[in-house]
Design a binder for this molecule. Structure first.
Ligand code: GDP
Ligand code: IMO
Ligand code: MG
Length: 439
């Protein structure tokens, strides 16, 4: 059976998916994204070179790997070429031979960006804190059955009539909120120019992936955002607008569920969140200084927007929930080294609401804001683990911390990351990661 795995963030994003996908990509033929758009920011460091991927799968950094942008994605053609051109100047080949964009993926156009702004303004204090990239409005059009797919953009009459029709409604909202009216001709001209260039990249990627799978080629499905930002299972309404979870990988790639051979959860040793929304273990008030320490040590600033990430303790309760929804067969635990300086480390092992123990994650965001986390306190190790490659070299407290997290989330840990570079990784147990590194 061909090896098909999905890599998914277990928290609110930025767990280090880019690093782990880059590490695994060497052992796969194809790397595919299945949801989201350029709201993602995946950083990959190779020696002294660093790459930030937004739309393209992190596999692009590996020469010769085929990359797919699946049907579940929303693609801003302008952002695609900006990223492609930037990568080309860094010596990465971005050509139609190795990059395939689904004919069924939806386009993000300028009015989606404008609508993202008005939507956030309308929400005021309740705003989501989106990346303002037009992601939500593009998915709204998709679900509203008026979206424009990449294949539609290749037929000028279809593109023109859809832009005209959609813009009429979009302009009404944009102008009602004091925004500037957008011009259909301008959007059509710009989009058709970009579509012409995009044409060579567009194909039926569902068919491509299924044929590849039947031929025994291995596929790595790269999740963006993360479980707690999933539109169904996340901390709604403070979520992104796509299905980020393992189920979404099936819908967003067109591969059948029984083809999946593994689900790798990317779990960071602490938690961050960008944008608004409840965050039970956030380091605030008397822990604000600790939050700042983690932010600086972990360089926790958004790869897409540069916003400082909110930092918090590890939330084993929420991560166990992520493990359940995604069916993690293994976990890659990232950023162990960031905790090197700490004397004591808190881990949230349960939630209480109004004094009662929660059985599962509350559905209502107002309740999530009132959660009292139940903490376990573990000793820190206060020595450097940077770049370590063996479990045995870790201080005993660090090993105990890793074991404790594994036990609390109920999944074996296959990889531990001790720095941003490929080599700064402990392969705890290759069989635990499906033997993916060993072929
Ligand atoms: P993603 O969105 O999940 O791909 O994560 P990001 O790339 O947005 O953020 C993770 C950041 O942490 C990146 O700058 C990585 O280079 C870095 N990183 C990944 N793993 C480690 C690690 O184990 N230790 C340290 N110190 N940094 C890491
Ligand atoms: P990666 O793939 C962290 C957050 C935004 C906002 C919410 C909705 O790098 O982990 P959107 O623009 O998607 O409508 O914003 O989701 N968000 C992310 N947070 N990492 C990301 O991607 C994110 N992509 C979106 O900050 O709160
Ligand atoms: Mg990121």
């Amino acid at each position: 059976m061909s090896k098909i795995i999905v890599v998914i963030g277990a928290q609110w994003g930025d767990e280090g998916k880019g690093k782990i996908v880059d590490l695994l990509a060497e052992h796969f033929d194809i790397v595919a994204r299945y949801q989201g758009g350029h709201n993602a920011g995946h950083s990959v460091q190779v020696g002294d070179k660093s790459f930030v991927l937004h739309l393209l799968p992190s596999g692009i950094v590996h020469k010769g790997k085929t990359c797919v942008l699946g049907n579940g994605m929303v693609i801003d053609p302008k952002a695609f070429f900006e990223e492609a051109d930037r990568l080309m100047t860094q010596g990465i080949e971005v050509s139609p031979e190795r990059v395939k964009i689904s004919s069924r993926a939806h386009l993000i156009l300028p009015y989606h960006r404008a609508l993202d702004h008005t939507s956030e303004e309308r929400l005021g204090n309740e705003k989501v804190g989106t990346t303002l990239r037009g992601i939500g409005p593009a998915y709204e059009d998709k679900a509203g059955r008026r979206g424009i797919r990449t294949a539609d953009a290749l037929v000028p009459e279809v593109l023109r009539s859809r832009i005209e029709r959609n813009l009429e409604d979009a302009n009404r909202i944009i102008m009602a909120y004091g925004g500037e009216k957008l011009d259909a001709n301008e959007i059509f001209d710009e989009t058709s120019r970009l579509a012409e260039r995009l044409g060579a990249f567009i194909s039926d990627t569902t068919h491509f992936l299924n044929v590849a799978a039947s031929d025994g080629r291995s596929i790595l499905l790269e999740g963006a955002q993360a479980t707690l930002l999933d539109v169904d299972h996340g901390t709604y309404p403070f979520v992104t607008s796509s299905s980020t979870v393992a189920g979404g990988a099936i819908v967003g790639s067109g591969l059948a569920p029984n083809r999946l051979t593994g689900v790798l959860g990317i779990v960071r040793t602490y938690t961050t969140r960008v944008g608004e929304g409840p965050f039970p273990t956030e380091m605030v008030e008397d822990e604000a200084e600790m939050g700042q320490l983690i932010r600086e040590r972990g360089r926790e600033y958004g790869a897409s927007t540069g916003r400082p990430r909110r930092c918090g303790w590890f939330d084993a309760f929420a991560t166990r929930y992520a493990a359940e929804i995604n069916g993690f067969t293994s976990v890659a635990l990232t950023k162990l080294d960031v905790l090197d300086a700490l004397e004591e480390i808190k881990v949230c092992v349960g939630y209480k609401l109004d004094g009662r123990t929660c059985e599962s994650l509350p559905a209502v965001s107002q309740d999530l804001r009132r959660i009292e986390p139940v903490y376990a306190i573990l000793p820190g190790w206060q020595s450097s683990t940077v770049g370590m490659t063996e479990m045995d070299s870790l201080p005993s407290e660090a090993r105990a911390y890793v074991d404790f997290l594994s036990e609390k989330i109920g999944v074996e840990i296959g990889l531990v990351s001790t720095g941003p570079e490929r080599s700064q990784t402990i392969v705890v147990k290759d069989s635990a990661v499906g033997g993916w590194l060993n072929d």
